[in-house]
Design a protein around this ligand. Structure first.
Ligand code: AR6
Length: 185
């Protein structure tokens, strides 16, 4: 890490934004997809991203040979307003003692690392694992906020991270998680 990439904690928090809405509409450099390990599409945000991007996205995903839980892969975004889609595979919630927290943290870290390597300045995340994979939303929000902050403290890129909430429950959880971290709790 070079010195110019060092940022303070408070500056890192200022580069994180909670927004409510549909991630497929975000005109950012990269959006993150909460995929499954086949990378061949599914329901939830994955389905919405593939529908909006068009069949070229599935064609590129087919060349990748899948992705293990916790890792991330990057593709083009085709008909989406974004430039890249970063596909990551969150853990299925199984009660919390199957390494779910570490795997979810790895999703955020590895997605940000893929983004940084492509020079991505703006990136939007959905609430990975909080839908079909049933991760408790408040716990997931705390992990998301902590991991993103840690990454931003160490790197100048991405410059801004949007945490995109689909619905008020996820929004409330993210806002609370951000307040907790700001207050040092
Ligand atoms: N924009 C932003 N967030 C969304 C959108 C959207 N358009 N649509 C849903 N969400 P999920 P998972 C939210 O189920 O739990 C798929 O079938 C949603 O409300 O999409 O990681 C994959 O192929 C929730 O808060 O992802 C996998 O098989 C969050 O996105 C599996 O689901 C994540 O919900 C992955 O499950």
């Amino acid at each position: 890490m070079c010195a110019s990439e060092t940022h303070t904690g408070s500056k890192a928090l200022a580069r994180m934004e909670v927004v409510e809405g549909d991630i497929t509409r975000m005109a950012v450099d990269a959006i993150v997809n909460a995929a499954n390990s086949s990378l061949l599409g599914g329901g939830g945000v994955d389905g919405a991203i593939h529908r909006a991007a068009g069949p070229e996205l599935l064609a590129e995903c087919r060349t990748l040979g899948g992705c293990p839980t916790g890792e991330a892969r990057i593709t083009g975004a085709y008909r989406l307003p974004a430039t890249y889609v970063i596909h990551t595979v969150g853990p299925v919630w199984q009660g919390g003692d199957r390494g779910e927290a570490e795997l979810l943290a790895a999703c955020y870290h590895n997605s940000l690392e893929q983004a940084r390597q492509k020079g991505v300045r703006t990136i939007a995340f959905p609430a990975i694992s909080c839908g079909v994979y049933r991760y408790p939303v408040m716990e997931a929000a705390r992990i998301a906020v902590r991991e993103v902050r840690e990454f931003l403290e160490r790197h100048a890129l991405p410059e801004t991270v949007y945490l995109v909430c689909f619905g008020p429950e996820v929004c409330r959880a993210y806002r609370r998680a951000l307040e907790e971290i700001q207050e040092g709790r």
